[in-house]
Design a protein around this ligand. Structure first.
Ligand code: MHF
Ligand SMILES: O=c1ccn([C@H]2C[C@H](O)[C@@H](COP(=O)(O)O)O2)c(=O)[nH]1
Length: 318
């Protein structure tokens, strides 16, 4: 069956065949191309990949966290979501109050050395408990800096005012759907130096035609095996939520990527995934009681008919 998942598998194949070897910040090494675009017709199903299991629960709780304007990982931990832990942990172990075992370069060392991995996991567990239970600690080390939630909902102007870009865009979609200015930017040059990770999904734009809402994302940097499957599902979910609030159908999600890379320690995993045959895409149901993007909760969302191939484990480059 040919579904829009093929667009993702084509990207993997394209980079395997045409990528250039390139060193990167994390020291892992990648094969990479510059400039690539995929299109997903959201009418044909919800693009949660079926050639490996992708954890929708984690994607949805991360998006709800952005939508709340929250930048502290405590909310994610409360939802048993660990995908941002390493970046907050880094701030703690590099701070002057940290007096535990040396955690320099913990991402790479925990992959290479089992003894170190045990020590690292103990420290990470301690960190998580502190963020969850200790308010002062969580205020100091749970924040990732001015990441997505902050820029979407609370962009600080030079006049000291705050702009709710997302709220403004939703209002404009309702009042003036033909607008060509339906843009949200997460890339704030002034804040980039203080962010745990400068935004990878840098800006997105909406488009309304034939009563359908489409969204295009410009992602400056994309980890094809781990990050991109999350990003596709996350922006597709965002498009569904905004369409529902605005009384529109869903159109397309268009994903434009700058540096699209496969980490060299993900190549075997990608080959396994490419050997599998895609299944029918699931669908997304949003509860009728849902009325506003900003009040959405996990209970409002349900993925129906998701029967993927098994998950494929891969290490994340920190
Ligand atoms: N190198 C890198 N790649 C990323 O995709 C990425 C970052 N860094 N840093 C910030 C966020 C965090 N994101 C992440 C982090 C981890 C997973 C991951 O490990 N996913 C697993 C499941 C994890 C689980 O079940 O807890 C997967 O199989 O998809 C995915 C996205 C996306 N981003
Ligand atoms: O949503 C996300 C967040 C991050 N990534 C990936 C892309 C890169 O592999 C790293 C970020 O490293 P930089 O050196 O800052 O580019 O994280 C992603 O794919 N999706």
């Amino acid at each position: 069956m040919k579904t829009s998942e093929q667009a993702y598998l084509d990207l993997c194949r394209y980079v395997l065949e045409n990528g250039t070897k390139k060193e990167d910040r994390t020291g892992t090494g990648t094969t990479s191309v510059f400039g690539y675009q995929m299109r997903f017709d959201l009418q044909q199903g919800f693009p949660l990949l079926t050639t490996k299991r992708v954890p929708f629960r984690l994607i949805a709780s991360e998006l709800l966290w952005f939508l709340k304007g929250d930048t502290n990982i405590r909310y994610l931990l409360e939802h048993n979501n660990n995908i941002w832990n390493e970046w907050a942990f880094k701030n703690w172990v590099e701070s002057d109050v940290y007096d535990g075992p040396d955690m320099t370069d913990f991402g790479r060392r925990s992959l290479q050395n089992e003894d170190f991995r045990d020590v690292y996991e103990t420290q990470m567990e301690k960190f998580k408990q502190l963020v969850l239970a200790d308010d002062a600690f969580s205020e100091r080390f749970g924040h990732l800096g001015d990441v997505y939630g902050k820029q979407w909902r609370n962009w600080k102007t030079t006049k000291g005012e705050s702009i709710d870009q997302l709220q403004d865009v939703i209002e404009t979609i309702k009042k003036n759907p033909d607008s060509r200015r339906l843009i949200v930017s997460a890339w704030n040059p002034e804040d980039v130096p203080t962010m745990a990770l400068p935004p990878c999904h840098t800006m997105f734009q909406f488009y309304v035609a034939d009563n359908k809402l489409s969204c295009q994302l410009y992602q400056r940097s994309g980890d094809i095996f781990l990050g991109i499957p999350f990003n596709i599902a996350s922006y597709s979910l965002l498009t569904h939520l905004i369409a529902k609030e605005c009384g529109l159908e869903v159109g397309e999600f268009i994903h434009t990527i700058g540096d699209a890379h496969l980490y060299l320690n993900h190549l075997e995993q990608v080959e396994v995934q490419l050997s599998r045959t895609p299944k029918a895409l699931p669908s997304l149901a949003i509860k009728d009681s849902f009325s506003s993007v900003f009040d959405a909760s996990m209970e409002d969302l349900e993925i129906i008919g998701y029967e993927p191939h098994p998950a494929i484990k891969a290490p994340v480059a920190v």
